[in-house]
Design a protein around this ligand. Structure first.
Ligand code: ATP
Ligand code: MG
Length: 572
């Protein structure tokens, strides 16, 4: 490809609305342009990266016996009513009507459509297991589309759905897909971890998320440096630890003290000169139509996913100040578990709260807190459990080593659905004995466009993107520093043709721009290798070759270039 013909409009300025590196660089390097909020055009360079990621995915899935198909994006409401999701999916679902006022949606995911297909076409155990996938645009009217391709409203997903005879078959397929995902993201050149994750509404189910380690990630994960334990912070289990204050070991008597204007954990601990560990954090939640209370130690982060497990509900949000006042008679900031009417409010407490001695909590009265609170004695708890988020350096639940905590971008997820959709849609097969059984399903997603953005988040420097070679839009750029110099241009063209003939993906920067401009664009776009044809050719008959990652290149004779590049690419 000649650069002059390539639609790659690079920009010198960072776009104002781009908060994360991948968004900034993909726009600046001429890969993407925004159409509307969360909706992007993929320019030719981006399309090449998408094609490479997609072909890695296809190769690995096909090798594992999966079959590619293409399901409709427009899906009829009837199927979503049948699965029960039409009314619970909420505002994220893009809904539309046809000219006959029939309801449809744009597919955010395809469990309904595929189950409908399979229940009609697959009837016998002989057709199982079956694993079908597609790579396609998905539509989700996200509450906060942001970070460019990271959280779009239209995005590219690979979604696969497996159908097995029974739980055992599903377990095998699940493990196989887990292994396939490891290979896919390794081949993409990404640093990632597969983590245990929350299965949400489908209790008891198993799921893993594949997380690219990057600061821009919206998720937090912990992993063990010694063993293979890794989990999303949402579910990572915590071992309770006791905090013993040196000056307060003997249980004292409950006492109410004045704490004027001290409404936060920080303020109270400063005011009383005690550690945050000595306070009880009390949070009121609206759980569907019930108000509940959650307690954790003052220095801990309350984990809402874990709370939802102790108290199953659909919607869980902080209770309003009015509601809190109605229940406690106090405003938020001074609330605590003592004296609450246990018949009307359930109290969930983290395991560590039980271990506290002489704790401090709000007195349910403006400007007052209690000190010398003894949890088991001074208030009662509906249920104790693991309610907090794990912190860095806490012991690994498997081997005890200090855990590492990082941010992660979810690029993929594998999920054991079991019979959730086959039950709802009555999808059955006939087994060896002529009996009808429900199909056991799994679903497996990869955010293809998000994977592209994640690769940038992990591979960049101040000059631009540094593509992992397996997913780079082109492998090599050739930069003749002066296209009007006949010898330089001649050699550049020859090398270009030779590389192309050897199957290497190459761009020739044939523009009449200054060398500095061409170098800047080459660094910004992030080709793994750059061949420079400049003064050294005239002086010594040599050309320079440099990898994007390294500061300095080497010089070689033009006739050695193809062999050199082939071996270099092979080792990258
Ligand atoms: P998230 O928690 O980030 O919203 P999800 O759990 O809703 O993701 P899935 O339904 O499992 O996502 O979708 C499969 C994959 O599609 C995800 O692992 C992610 O890589 C990608 N994905 C999901 N939502 C988006 C989005 N809005 N923009 C880009 N990629 C997305
Ligand atoms: Mg989502």
């Amino acid at each position: 490809m000649y650069f002059s013909k390539l639609l790659a409009p690079t920009l010198r300025e960072t776009p104002a609305e781009a908060e994360v590196i991948s968004h900034q660089l993909l726009v600046r390097a001429g890969f993407i342009r925004k159409s509307s909020s969360g909706v992007y055009t993929y320019l030719p360079l981006a399309q090449k990266v998408i094609a490479k990621i997609s072909s890695i995915i296809r190769e690995e899935l096909d090798k594992a016996g999966c079959q590619e198909l293409m399901l409709p994006i427009i899906q009829p409401a009837e199927l979503w009513l049948e699965s029960g999701r039409w009314n619970v999916y909420g505002k994220e679902l893009f809904r539309l009507q046809d000219r006959h006022e029939r309801d449809f949606c744009l597919g955010p995911t395809h469990e309904e459509i595929i189950t409908d297909l399979v229940r009609a076409e697959v009837t016998s155990y002989r057709d199982l297991p079956l694993n079908l996938y597609q790579i396609q645009n998905k539509y989700r009217d996200e509450r906060r589309p942001r970070f460019g391709l990271m959280r779009g409203r239209e995005f590219i997903m690979k979604d696969a759905y497996s159908f097995d005879k029974d739980e055992e078959g599903l377990a095998q397929t699940y493990q196989q897909m887990y292994d396939v995902y490891q290979r896919i993201f390794t081949r993409c050149g990404l640093m990632f971890r597969a983590v245990e994750a929350d299965s949400g509404a489908i209790g008891g189910s198993i799921t893993h998320e594949f997380m690219v380690i990057a600061d821009a990630g919206e998720a937090e994960i912990v992993y063990c440096p010694e063993c293979d334990y890794a989990a999303n912070i949402e579910i990572a289990s915590c071992q309770p630890s006791r905090f013993v204050s040196d000056d307060n070991p003997i249980p004292g008597n409950l006492e109410k003290i004045k704490t004027p204007g001290k409404t936060t954990i920080e303020m109270v601990s400063d005011f009383l000169s005690v550690a945050k560990q000595e306070l009880i954090k009390t949070v009121f939640y609206q759980a569907d139509d019930e108000v509940i209370v959650a307690l954790v130690r003052g220095d801990r982060t309350l984990n809402e996913i874990k709370l939802k497990r102790l108290h199953p509900c659909v919607d869980l949000e902080m209770a309003s100040a009015e509601k809190i006042k109605e229940i406690t008679g106090s405003e938020p900031g001074y609330v605590g578990p003592i004296g609450l009417d246990r018949d009307s409010v359930k109290v969930y407490a983290d395991n560590e709260v039980k271990m506290m001695i002489n704790a401090i909590c709000g007195a349910n009265e403006r400007n007052y807190h209690f000190i010398n609170v003894q949890p088991e004695k001074d208030f009662s708890v509906t249920m104790y459990g693991d309610l907090r988020s794990v912190e860095e350096d806490e012991p690994c639940p498997h081997c005890g080593a200090a855990l590492i905590k990082r941010r992660g971008i979810e690029v993929g997820q594998v999920f054991k659905l079991g019979t959730k959709y086959s039950t709802a849609l009555n999808a059955k097969y006939v087994d060896e004995n002529g009996q009808e059984n429900l199909l056991h399903m799994g679903c497996y997603g990869i955010g293809v466009s998000r994977t592209m953005a994640s690769a940038v988040e992990q591979n960049f420097d101040r000059d631009g993107i540094i593509w992992p070679v397996a997913i780079a839009p082109f492998q090599v750029v050739i930069v003749p520093i002066d296209i009007n110099n006949d010898r330089m241009w001649e050699v550049a063209k020859n090398i270009y043709n030779e590389l192309k003939e050897s199957g290497i993906e190459v761009v020739l920067d044939d523009r009449g721009e200054r060398a500095g401009v061409k170098f800047k664009d080459a660094d910004l776009i992030g080709y793994p290798l750059r061949v420079t044809i400049g003064k050294k050719l005239i002086e010594d008959g040599l050309i320079e070759i440099k990898s994007r990652k390294e500061k300095n290149g080497i010089t070689i004779k033009p006739e050695e270039i193809t062999v050199y590049i082939q071996s270099k690419l092979g080792n990258m």
